[in-house]
Design a protein around this ligand. Structure first.
Ligand code: GLN
Length: 500
């Protein structure tokens, strides 16, 4: 790509607050801004494969509307700001594929709640990002559209399942992006790509129009370079929605306002950070440990104290998750039968054969594996042995967090045991890949909010993420804690070569 002009380079790397200022001061129009990012996508995405669909015409039309609103003095913090949506959020008139052959021809007749909220806010959608098929995976390699590459090293995975969104933000193909997190799919790719990602409390973001994987765990989340950018995006995504039966009715919170530093003293004075003994015991790569320890020292320098806590049942999170999530997925994915929408086999003998062939052709290997496991654990005679037991473990895990959070305000640890692995490295070993979510999955089982922020690099130059977990509805605290860390450090401003 030819070197961008200094002005363009500044815009591409700007924070949302800076973009807002530039748009309001008419230093740049929303159409110009969208064009800058669309041109970057055209130049860089053939290599990264972060997008499944680029909606140039839709983006420019939305940007023109945003420019008119700005000119009229209307709109809010996101009016005219480009973003990208994970391709499991339904978008009216634009393909929503879930990175599956099954939905490769699906154009939704309606918008997901999150998508309509962001449209109303005036944000400009550039397109839909690549992901693991039906959000099942940790590497983006299960996509029907081919893997996304990590912008820090294109021989490596970006993490998953929201890897396209994370790679897009890291490579500055979009300033912010939406994602979803069932077992770590916002936090883990944020860690692998060196950006910030937050998964809120279960029920805070409506799941209406978000293609379902495991309904009791799925939750929409936000990606940005910084906590400040995530606060602005998340603030526009949350809100009660009667169409989602698990949507919570709560007064709106101003996450951006929650970032303000205290008038005097150290910004994190009095904050108690709990360090789960089990997370620091073993299994963490040396480079991850070193970066996380250094970040904790920085947290102490900012006034926080650290205290050891215990999550004795956290080790049971992966087995519990790999019963509950497949069980729910086997039920949710039964709707894809080739009848009303989605892929239908070209040739078949009768109705049952049509279902069978359409599903055999439409789903990839990992999705089939999960449907099989889920159907098995829910079947008569096995339900009590597996599914009910897993639900019991889930409660124990939630109780561990509850107890730990009486001793501290937030829980900290690595987001992932290692950094981004080489494409294909875990292709033949799904269980090894499942284990890479060891620190994130328990948080979904408990329904708690979690954030991952960059905290350094390993010896191979790959980003390391630190995860903070808070009590229910502690999003403001997680964002503020991260923000104060980011005010004192510059990890979140580091960019891969293609965005420097
Ligand atoms: N990696 C986990 C899985 O494969 C989590 C995925 C997610 O959060 N969507 O299920």
């Amino acid at each position: 790509m030819p070197p961008a002009s200094t002005a363009a380079h500044t815009m591409i790397n700007a924070s949302l607050v800076e973009l807002r200022r530039a748009l309001d001061a008419r230093q740049i129009s929303s159409v110009e801004l969208a064009t800058l990012f669309l041109n970057r996508i055209a130049a860089l995405d053939p290599q990264l494969n972060a997008f499944i669909t680029v909606d140039r015409d839709g983006a420019l039309a939305a940007a023109r509307v945003a420019d008119a609103r700005i000119a009229a003095g209307e709109g809010g913090p996101l009016t005219g700001i480009p973003l990208a949506h994970k391709d499991l959020f339904c978008t009216e008139g634009v393909l929503t594929t879930c990175a599956s052959r099954m939905l490769s021809n699906f154009v939704s007749p309606y918008d997901a709640h999150v998508v309509s909220l962001l449209k109303e806010a005036g944000a400009v959608s550039l397109g839909k990002t690549n992901m693991d098929e039906f959000a099942m995976g940790s590497s983006n390699e299960s996509s029907f559209y081919g893997p996304t590459k990590n912008p820090w090293d294109i021989t490596r995975v970006p993490g998953g399942s929201s890897g396209g969104s994370a790679a897009a933000v890291a490579a500055r193909l979009a300033p912010i992006a939406t994602g979803s997190d069932t077992g770590g799919s916002v936090r883990q790719p944020a860690a692998f790509c060196g950006i910030t990602g937050i998964k809120p409390t279960y029920g805070l973001v409506s799941r209406y129009g978000m293609v379902a994987f495991a309904s009791s765990l799925d939750q929409g989340g936000a990606f940005g370079a910084s906590a400040e950018d995530c606060a602005l995006l998340l603030g526009a995504m949350t809100g009660f929605d009667a169409r989602d039966s698990t949507s919570l009715e709560r007064p709106a919170e101003d996450y951006a306002a929650a970032l303000a530093a205290p008038a005097a003293g150290k910004p994190l004075e009095g904050l108690r950070i709990g360090l789960p003994r089990e997370f620091f015991a073993e299994g963490m790569a040396d480079g991850v440990r070193a970066a996380v320890e250094a970040a904790l020292a920085q947290y102490r320098a900012l006034g926080a104290s650290t205290v050891e806590v215990s999550l004795p049942n956290a080790k049971l999170a992966i087995p519990a998750y790999y019963v509950i999530a497949p069980a729910e997925c086997s039920s949710n994915l039964s709707r894809f039968d080739g009848v009303r929408y989605g892929h239908r086999a070209a040739e078949y003998t009768d109705l049952a054969d049509m279902y069978g062939r359409s599903r055999a052709e439409g789903f990839g290997e990992e999705v089939k594996r999960r449907i099989l496991i889920g159907t098995y654990v829910l079947s008569h005679g096995y339900y009590d042995a597996y599914y009910l037991q897993a639900q019991r473990l889930r409660r124990l895990i939630a109780e561990d967090f509850k107890a730990a959070l009486t001793q501290c305000d937030v829980i900290a640890g690595p987001t992932t045991p290692g950094t981004a692995w080489t494409l294909g490295a875990m292709a033949d070993d799904p269980v090894q890949m499942y284990l890479s979510d060891i620190y994130t999955i328990a948080v979904n089982l408990a329904g708690l909010p979690g954030i991952s922020h960059p905290c350094g690099f390993d010896a191979a130059g790959l980003p390391v993420g630190l995860q903070l977990v808070g009590d229910y509805f502690a999003e403001g605290r997680l964002l503020a804690t991260t923000h104060h860390f980011q005010q004192a450090t510059d990890w979140h401003q580091r960019r891969p070569e293609c965005a420097r």
